[in-house]
Design a binder for this molecule. Structure first.
Ligand code: MG
Length: 301
């Protein structure tokens, strides 16, 4: 039997903007690889170390795709998907997803069945959960802007049932609570490595806010950084506390002190990113129709 590997992915020279010496030390390969280019609007990358694959969302095409790291093949993982947007893995390696179409946060169990973790607050439907992260204690934190229901682009135009766009926490006991209620449209979110801080994007406000995490509560919430190119979407932290953010001109990197230290410019609007690969130093980037990867000297948080 012959095993056929996919041809090497196309690559382009990494267009770096070094604004500070601190960025030059962590920028990695001189090129970025285009792993896939057939989506309509890609989002929600989540890397599984156990399966060595990247799961990502192709939202308007109502599907989850799967890129297989050993072979380079891309296949359809789930369709229909419920117009899933953000994805992450929980501490047990299970896929946690934000379904914009079904207005739920769901978990895919080991046997493939799905469990709805959150769909309503006080009897009102959520807007359209967007992005999600898991804390070490098993709690699940997600954002709920109305992007999935503001038009019929995805066929789900509807009135908002809740009076705002909040950040939520699902406790290990399954209890849903609002942890921040003063956002316009919260979007990407990420914990620092020690989980003492939670960073949350407010997209129309064009900034990232940083909260102190006190158990199941958030304190503070000052502006950490304004966006230098369009608006922010997804964010991730590396192990040194730097914030990597999706913007309209590529990926922006912020020092823990809030200084924009460098950029990776890409040809399309970037929606989201995650760290992965066997060493945790491969940055996967969803950008409009494509998935890119860039090998760094920094590791994910
Ligand atoms: Mg998002």
């Amino acid at each position: 039997m012959t095993i056929t590997l996919s041809p090497p992915p196309p690559r382009i020279r990494a267009e770096l903007v070094v604004l500070d010496d601190r960025f030059a030390k962590i920028a990695g390969d001189e090129y970025v690889e285009r792993l896939y280019d057939g989506g309509r609007w890609l989002e929600g990358p989540a890397y599984s170390p156990a399966w060595r694959c990247l799961i990502f969302s192709d939202i308007p095409n109502d599907r989850l795709l799967r890129w297989d790291e050993p072979s380079g093949h891309v296949s359809v993982f789930r369709q229909p998907s419920g117009y899933i947007n953000g994805n992450t893995l929980d501490r047990d390696g299970r896929l946690i997803s934000c379904s914009q179409g079904d207005r739920q946060v769901i978990r895919t169990e080991y046997d493939g069945t799905r469990t709805v973790l959150a769909s309503h607050l006080d009897g009102h439907r959520l807007n359209s959960p967007n992005d999600v992260v898991v804390k070490r204690d098993g709690s699940i934190w997600f954002t709920d802007p109305p992007y999935g229901i503001t038009s019929n682009y995805e066929g789900h135009a509807a009135e908002q049932e809740l009076d705002g766009c909040h950040v939520y926490r699902i406790g290990p006991d399954g209890m849903l609570t609002v942890v921040a209620d003063d956002f316009t449209r919260p979007n990407g979110l990420a914990f620092s490595r020690d989980e003492s801080h939670l960073y949350v994007v407010d997209t129309p406000a064009k900034h990232i806010r940083r909260f102190d995490v006190d158990g199941d509560k958030l304190l503070g919430g000052e502006v950490f950084a304004p966006c230098a190119a369009g608006m922010f979407d997804g964010i991730r932290l590396d192990s040194a506390g730097r914030v990597w953010a999706a913007t309209h001109e590529g990926v922006h990197c912020y020092d823990p002190d809030g200084t924009l230290i460098g950029k990776l410019v890409l040809p399309d609007v970037v929606s989201n990113l995650c760290f992965g690969g066997p060493k945790g130093n491969r940055l996967f980037i969803t950008a409009t129709t494509s998935v890119w990867s860039w090998l760094l000297t920094a590791n994910g948080a």
